[in-house]
Design a protein around this ligand. Sequence first.
Ligand code: 4AD
Ligand code: MG
Length: 434
Amino acid sequence: MRDYYKKGIPVSEAIGSEGKGITIKGWIYRKRSSGGKSFIVVRDRTDTIQCVVDKSKVSEKEWEALDKAYLESSIIVSGSVRKDERAPHGVEMDVKSVSIVHSGEQFPITEYQSPEFLLDVRHLWLRSQKMIKAMEARAYLFRYVRKFLDRQGFYEITPPLLTKSGGETGASMFEVDYFGQKAYLTESSQLYAEAMITSLEKVYSFAPSYRAEKSRTTKHLTEYWHLEPEMAYYNNVMNMKLQEKLVSYIANSLAKNNEDILEHFSINKESLLKIRPPFKRISYEKAIQIMNEKGVKMKWGDDFGADEEKIFTEDEEKPVFIYNWPKEMKAFYMPVNPKDDRTVLCADMQAPHGHGEIIGSSERIWKLDELMERMKEVHLNIENYGWYLDLRKYGSVPHAGFGMGVERVLKWLLNLDHIRDAIPFPRLINRISP
Ligand code: 4AD
Ligand code: MG
């Protein structure tokens, strides 16, 4: 049988196809032989199924090819599905014909490999059950984000990733030699999104951001996917409302549509269905007070590092906003709080169970003089921001927006130990390959 393009069905469907003749296309997950029979567990994107090959029922050529095949060899199997109490899903497939599409070489990943080795062979490790499920969840997350924002009347925009100006978030940037000029890989597409709200009003950019952060933590990537919505005529409160609706929609959609994925990560569906607006809103000042009550000595002006974030939300079931942070700790474009000029009008969303910050958000200064004054205060070179200042010269409007780290959200929703498993090819301080 050399019919690569014959119609196959997903393994998950095969499991429910008792008594029917079917074809599946997948990879060899496990294999053993005994007494003239070969037991092959075939996997595809959806599931695994045990296939039983009787030597006397297939051609010699088929049997030999199967005998020589390795784990992860690609395979097409046709046969019929029958009940078997001992099999994983209570069914097994009796094989009528089997074709090894590509036998290849011995698969380098065996059981019990070190995490470093698995990162070296990431291109192959992506076939593991864990990574298949994580990447499936990631793709769904992208879908849900776009679906939600498109329905809310947003337009997706595509910002440049090579930029001339930068340094807005305080993170270090990757420098690029742009034909002899200094340029950078973008750390955020916000400023470009701001440029587009005077034309499309509600926009979002969904693109990578780059941070040359030397932090070796479980939540920092040097290249991550950044969702950045920006909205004309929005204030901080409207901004937070939109964020909690979006995050709830993502969590609820996963719970409703992707139970198999959640099961794999032992995530209780109900816990994600509970994520509904409103989320708690706690001022920075109050957050510091809460931390002290929890026994962590913190004073006004102290930042929340990974340890503090963990303690702050470890008993929470839903995300929490910490709003109005000290202005020294935040970017130049955030407006000063008229009720307390030590703080700015912003909010960070903290994931529950200690997963840390998943969203950074704020109103934006929309008046030219105010913006220039703030930029001078923080010693930014105004010349580098000519076009950004222009946005405040012609029909400027109050606006706000936020940035959500996709991998951080996935790390939280799937309760991953490390952010690297939320992206197929992680870029980390010590890793840029494969
Ligand atoms: O808080 P940040 O730095 O905010 C901004 O960049 C704003 N310009 C966003 C905006 O308002 N449009 O980053 C936003 C989010 C963080 O909350 C976090 O989820 C994620 O980006 N993030 C990272 N994710 C993975 N690895 C890193 N090194 C990250 N740095 C930030
Ligand atoms: Mg932040």
